[in-house]
Unconditional design. Structure first.
Length: 314
């Protein structure tokens, strides 16, 4: 397991015993499939000012029937460059780069570049991908994704967190070739997003944190317990850094009853705080909100979260 507790951005997002909050971009209105990229930068600036801890960006190379969400996503590296220039404090996280579909050198170079543009605020989340329709155009098969994920993880980690030199792995390589610039803090924390076809033990040995989908609380407790046991088996002194997404439709009525949504909740502020307290007590350290409703609009939801919810967890 990587040691990332000396990394300022990682420490701002993952604090043992505390709960921090992020947002998943793009923020869209119902039925909107082509979000305005400049509006997204405005959302990012607002999140930065309001005290959110992280902005999460997805990697969606292709839209297809395998990807039922029709929303257009910018290339993550281009998007992150713009976000780095538009913000000052907030951490930037990939949730996640589809590692098997990208050459490991390009991924490491992109990560190092965003790290410098953001002045060290970048965390690299890697996933394996799960849509066959994305793999075939790249000349790959989804069945090979888990193995390629492991191979690329080792190579990317070596380039970013060790000496920056390319592991030839049997291929001819220039022994003097290396990734530059080097990470500002000597490393870039790498998160596993989803299971990526790996065992929890593998993730515990290799990742600095695990980010997963929302599940109802009882199921999430079971999932976290497995993660905690795996981390403590690797190193009993380590805190099991854990993040979860949460699709959120926040109701105007603060006392509105909690209703389950696909991968999230429709809930009033009081019920949301109760849910978040339970997640913190469970051991979660970060929640990334995927805001879904038009009424109230995203800006108002962000303001309410920042003024009425986030202060409860400081």
């Amino acid at each position: 397991m990587e040691n990332s507790r000396q990394h300022p951005a990682f420490e701002s997002v993952f604090k043992p015993g505390n709960l921090s909050f992020g947002l998943v971009l793009p923020l869209t209105r119902a039925g909107e499939t082509r979000p305005d990229p400049y509006a997204q930068l405005d959302f990012a600036r607002l999140a930065d000012r309001l005290g959110f801890s992280a902005l999460w960006v997805r990697d969606v190379p292709l839209n297809s029937p395998d990807y039922p969400d029709p929303i257009e996503h910018l290339d993550p590296w281009v998007h992150l460059g713009a976000l780095a220039a538009a913000t000052d404090r907030i951490a930037l996280v990939t949730g996640a780069i589809v590692s098997p579909l990208r050459h490991f050198i390009h991924t490491a170079k992109g990560a190092a570049s965003v790290d410098h543009l953001s002045k060290g605020r970048f965390l690299l989340g890697l996933g394996s991908g799960d849509r066959p329709g994305e793999f075939r155009p790249f000349g790959q098969e989804l069945s090979d994704a888990a193995e390629r994920f492991r191979e690329n993880w080792e190579r990317i980690s070596g380039l970013l967190n060790k000496d920056g030199r390319i592991d030839p792995s049997g291929a001819t390589a220039d022994p003097d070739a290396e990734i530059r610039p080097r990470p500002l803090h000597g490393n870039i924390p790498t998160l596993a997003v989803g299971s990526a076809g790996q065992t929890i033990s593998w993730i515990a040995r290799n990742a600095c944190a695990w980010a997963t989908y929302y599940r109802p609380l009882a199921r999430q407790r079971d999932r976290y317990a497995i993660w905690r046991a795996a981390v403590q088996k690797v190193d009993p002194t380590k805190s099991p850094a854990f993040a979860s997404s949460l699709r959120l439709q926040l109701e105007d009525n603060a006392h509105a009853p909690t209703q389950q949504l696909d991968l999230g909740l429709r809930v009033g502020r009081v019920g949301l705080i109760e849910e978040l307290v339970a997640l913190r007590e469970m051991g979660a350290q970060h929640i990334m909100f995927n805001l879904t409703s038009d009424e109230p609009p995203a800006e108002e939801v962000m303001q309410e979260l920042a003024s009425e919810v986030i202060p409860q967890f400081r």
